[in-house]
Design a protein around this ligand. Sequence first.
Ligand code: SF4
Ligand code: SF4
Ligand code: SF4
Length: 497
Amino acid sequence: MMEQPDKERTTFEYLTKRLEGKKDSYGMLMKEVVKSGVCTHCSACTAVCDVLEWVDNQPKLVGKCTGCGICYNQCPRTITVPEDLIGRYKAAYIGKTLIPEMVGKGQDGGITTSLLLYLMDKGLIDGAIVTTRDEKWNATPAFVKDRGELIKAAGSVYVHSQTVKALFDAIKSGNHAVAFVGTPCNIDAIAKMENSPYGMMLYNLRNQIFKIGLFCMDSFAPETLYGFFRREGIDLENISKMDISKGQFHLYDMEGNRIKSYKIRALNKYKSSSCNFCMDLTSEHADVSIGSVGSPDGYNTILCRSAFGDLVLKDAAEHGYIEIKEASDKDLGAVIRLAKMKKQSLYNVNVRTQYVFTPPASEAPGEATAEAPVETTATPAIPFLAKKLKLKKPKLTNKRNNLKFTLANDSGYIMEDLDIKIAVTEDIFEKSAWHAKIAGLYPYESMVFDYPVNVGEVETSTLEIMVEVRNPTEPLLSEKISIQKLIDKANKRKNKK
Ligand code: SF4
Ligand code: SF4
Ligand code: SF4
C-alpha cells in the first residue's frame, strides 16, 4: 500500500517553524537576488506565499510579510544550506596554541603553525610550504624544513602568493610528504591537480600533500594597496604585522602596537581582481581549514574535513601542541554568515567593482580637458535608463579641494557607451569641462569621481559643478551640485557634534 504523505510536513506552517530564528527574509530576496539582477523569473517565491505576486516582472509584496523566509529558501539563486556555504566537514573546533614560543606570535590562535610544528616534530612531513614576506611585505612562498623558520613565517600576508610552484619545486627535489598552507584558491589548485583526470599530481602516488586551508575573504593587489599605504605616510618596513578582524584591516608597528585601522570596505578598490569572483571563504577542499571568524580573540576556528585532518588535529592536542574544544552552533553561525556574504557578493556587482576617476591635477578647473582612454561601441537606447542613473553622496574632501561623488547604475541593465562631462559653472559660465568615455557600467555598479575644485581659492556662493551623462542616443543625467550647499551641510554637521 502506498504511504500517505505526512500532511503536517507539507504545510507553510511546518516550514515557518523550521525556519524560525533564521534571518532569511523577503527583504534579503529582493536585495540579493531581484535588485542585483540575478533573478531568473522562475516565480518559485510567489508560488509559495500568498502575499507575494508577480507584478511588473518581479515578485511584489501585496500584503503583510511575516519575515518567515520561506520565499528566500525556495529561490534557486540563494544559498541557504550550511554545507553549500562552508563545505563538508567532519568536526569543528575552536582552538589555540600551547607552544610557548608561539603564544602572542602569528595570527589569532596560532593553530596553523602549531599543527605544522607537530607534523614536523613527529616526522610526518618532509617540510611545509608556507608564505613568508620580505621587509617590503612582498609575499614569498617557501619550503620550510626547520622549526625556527616555521615560527618566523607565522602571520598573514594579504596578497597572492605563488605557493604551488614552490610545492612543485619541493617535490622535484625529492620531498614527497609535504604540508601545504594556502588560501582557498591555492588549495583549489592542488585539489584539481590531485583529482582531475588531467591533474599532474594524480600520476605520482608517492606525493602526500596535507592541505591546510586558510579562511580568506579577500586578498589585495600589492601595487595598489601598498601604494595607498605609502600615500598615507606608512613605511611598510616599520610594520610588523597586518591582520583583518571585524571588518577592519589593522597595521601594527615593530613593538606590536596597533597603529592604524581601515574599514575593509574602504580598501575594496585595492582588492585583487580575482577575489571579486571568489566564492570560497573556508577552503572547502582542504584537509583542515583554519581561520579566525567565529572564535574569540586569541583563538582559531578549525574545520576538519578529511579523516586524516581530524586525526592530526586531535593528536596535536593530545601531545600538548594545541588546546581544542568543539565549536558551538553560535561560533559556526558567524562563519556561515560570512561565507554567505562571500558567495552572495558575486551577485552584488555594485559592491564588488568601483572605478575611481581622479582627473590629474593639471586638468583641474582652469586647465586643459581630458579624455579617458576607453573604447566605445554604439548600442541602442533603453528608454527608462535615464531615471536609473543616480548621482549619490556628493561631498567635499581633501580640505575642500575635491568634490567626491558616485554615479550608480540602478537600472538592472548594462549602460553602454557613456559620455560623462563634469564642469564648473559660475553664474552663467561653464569652465574647464572634463570628459570621460566609459564603455560599460554594469547593473548596480557604481563609479566614484574625485574631482578637483579647489574651493579654498574661489568664491563659493555661485559655484556649482555640473555633471552630465549621455549615451549616443539620449541624455541620462544632468545635475548641478551647489558647492555652497555642501559647505553649509558640512558646517551644520560639525556644529552638531
Ligand atoms: S511571508 Fe511570504 S514574502 Fe514574507 S518572508 Fe514569508 S514567504 Fe517571503
Ligand atoms: S524564486 Fe528567486 S529567481 Fe525565482 S522569481 Fe523568485 S526571486 Fe526570482
Ligand atoms: S578571496 Fe579567493 S581568490 Fe582571493 S585570495 Fe582569497 S581565496 Fe584566493
